[in-house]
Ligand binder design. Structure first.
Ligand code: ATP
Length: 178
């Protein structure tokens, strides 16, 4: 089974999937899935087409990443691009835009980049893409705004275990960004 964990940068994907990896190792009731941080693969394998100097980021080569993922079916893949790949379940982490902006600034992102991501979160951009590409029956939302990383990891484990119903559209952040 492949589970994609996606969401706007800053929603807590890497933090939560790192904690999930321990649960997958320790809990025999959970399937034996590998946690793959796609941004690390992109860097290590050079799976990008160019470097966007303005945005200080690499432009992912989605076809090359899909080829690299081929055969790695028993995995949890973590990235804000994860919903662009084949997956049985897609978890979209959410975070209230004002809180997301603060998290990103605290992490050292520029004000402009923090704001741009907060606006994207307010507009449900990644959720809409995930539903468009995978269908409502495969998409789960987890709001990380007031959940600590351990609790988010527990929620991820519940989705992996099949203990959660699909829940796209349960989060609404309209009005949280002036
Ligand atoms: N549940 C949470 N509650 C509060 N802060 C969190 C939570 N999860 C992560 N954070 C913090 O928010 C910031 C972003 O977390 P993280 O890097 O895991 O996000 P991400 O979605 O993986 O971002 P990116 O897509 O850029 O890799 C970090 O500073 C992290 O410590």
């Amino acid at each position: 089974m492949r589970v994609a964990v996606t969401g706007t940068p800053g929603t807590g994907k890497t933090t939560a999937t790192d904690l999930l990896a321990s649960r997958l190792d320790d809990d025999d009731a959970l399937p034996d899935l590998e946690v793959i941080h796609l941004n690390e693969v992109l860097d290590r394998e050079g799976l990008y087409t160019e470097i966007d100097a303005d945005r200080d980021s690499k432009v992912a080569d989605l076809d090359a990443l899909a080829d690299w993922l081929d055969g790695r079916d028993d995995a949890v893949i973590d990235s804000h691009l994860a919903h662009h790949f084949a997956a049985d379940r897609v978890v979209v982490l959410r975070c209230r835009p004002d809180v997301l902006e603060e998290r990103l600034r605290d992490r050292g992102e520029s004000g402009a980049k923090a704001r741009e991501n907060a606006e994207s979160e307010a507009l449900d951009v990644i959720l809409a893409e995930a539903v468009e590409e995978h269908g409502l029956e495969s998409v789960y939302e987890i709001d990380t705004t007031d959940r600590d990383p351990e609790t988010v990891a527990d929620e991820l484990a519940a989705v992996v275990a099949g203990d959660r119903e699909p829940s796209a559209g349960t989060v609404d952040f309209v009005g949280y960004l002036e």
